[in-house]
Design a protein around this ligand. Structure first.
Ligand SMILES: [Zn+2]
Ligand SMILES: [Zn+2]
Length: 364
């Protein structure tokens, strides 16, 4: 079978080490599903891995199979696994560390304390970017069959399902009745965070720089408000109870922190490069946090509970909405094109099975 492979932490000759290679078909172990890969989504982490800046191959191997935003169809399932041939499935990304730490021991591997967790397609485990893959049945999540074209959006949805859970738990430390939410950044994470905010009945505002392309319409068709002015202007008008920051841009992070309503919660989901310097008024930020009982929390990854929440949220979305987030579908043999950004990209997807590749979007 063919797989999308990289030599992690090797920048190669400019274009990185990405190669579609023939590799042996995987053989399911006891309790594992054998799955036909349908598609993988591409995100910033994949781009960093392809650029040679991140990622680790499995022990004893040189190359890593890429892909953690998975979607597949079960070919073989062990009896009693709860899965059947034909089921639409997504594989969970992270596995608990082997110690395990207290969090991993309780199924909260997204909160791993010792950093020795492994991740499919990222850290020491083959990813899902191959024509066939296997997954332990207790790390597979069944999807509504209607999500066949968009199920690779489940993994990024799990990230925002967790973020919302964190916000609600932190809000629950006292009386909490949020009304207005600001999401900074209308990439896949920002848009999905907005979707889950709307599903909670909140007044959702999304801030991004672009004024053209599909983002403004995607936001408006949720019933949310799209902004492209300065964040200060937006926060002073909206006074958000909750901010979900999805850009990792330093000035947005700090402006969000000082722009919330009283008892505001800012959830940071964007990872920024190190070494960005910014001058901030630490006194004002500290005053605001203390005098308003504000909270700032970082959130990454997701556990099985968040996968189930995300599967429900995606299934509840208006049928055409998630599909409009997918700006390009690139067939496996041309996977390299998925890692070169184009202006109007939101989510780029690599199709692993020809019957799913979209000729209109896949061809130039
Ligand atoms: Zn990702
Ligand atoms: Zn752990």
């Amino acid at each position: 079978m063919r797989a999308i492979t990289v030599h992690p932490q090797d920048a190669g000759s400019g274009s990185g080490s990405l190669e579609i290679r023939d590799v042996p078909d995987p053989v399911p172990g006891p309790g594992e599903l054998l799955v036909d890969g349908l598609a993988v989504g591409v995100c910033g982490t994949d781009k960093e891995i392809v650029a040679g800046e991140y990622g680790w191959a499995p022990a004893g191997q040189e190359r890593l199979v890429l892909g953690h935003e998975s979607l597949g169809r079960v070919r073989e399932a062990p009896s009693g696994s709860g899965f059947r041939a034909g089921d639409l499935v997504v594989g969970v990304v992270r596995r608990p560390d082997p110690v395990p730490c207290g969090a991993c021991a309780r199924g909260e591997f997204d909160m791993c304390r010792n950093g020795r967790y492994t991740e499919r397609g990222i850290k020491e485990r083959a990813g899902y970017g191959s024509e066939l893959w296997t997954v332990e049945s207790d790390y597979a999540v069944k999807l509504d069959p209607a999500l066949e074209r968009v199920g690779m959006l489940l993994e990024p949805t799990t990230v925002v399902a967790k973020a919302w859970e964190q916000i609600e738990r932190i809000g629950g430390r006292a009386w909490f009745a949020p009304q207005r939410v600001l999401v900074t950044g209308a990439g896949p994470i920002g848009l999905l965070a907005a979707l889950l905010g709307v599903q909670r009945g909140l007044d959702v505002h999304v801030l991004d720089r672009v004024t053209t392309g599909p983002k403004p319409d995607l936001v408006r068709s949720l019933g949310a408000t799209y902004h492209c002015e300065d964040i200060d202007q937006v926060t002073s008008r909206v006074a958000p109870d909750v901010v979900i920051e999805a850009t990792g841009a330093g000035h947005l992070v700090f402006d969000a922190i000082s722009g919330t309503a009283t008892y505001g919660i800012v959830c940071l989901t964007g990872v920024s490069p190190r070494g960005r310097q910014l001058s901030v008024d630490a006194g004002t930020i500290n005053r605001e946090l203390v005098l308003e009982n504000d909270a700032v929390v970082g959130s990454v990854n997701a556990n099985l509970r968040h996968y189930r929440q995300a599967a429900e949220a995606l299934a509840k979305a208006a049928p055409d909405w998630p599909a409009r987030m997918i700006s390009r579908r690139v067939p496996l043999e041309r996977a390299a094109e998925a890692f070169t950004a184009r202006d109007e990209d939101i989510k780029v997807v690599i199709t692993l099975n020809d019957t799913l590749s979209d000729a209109r979007n896949g061809e130039d």
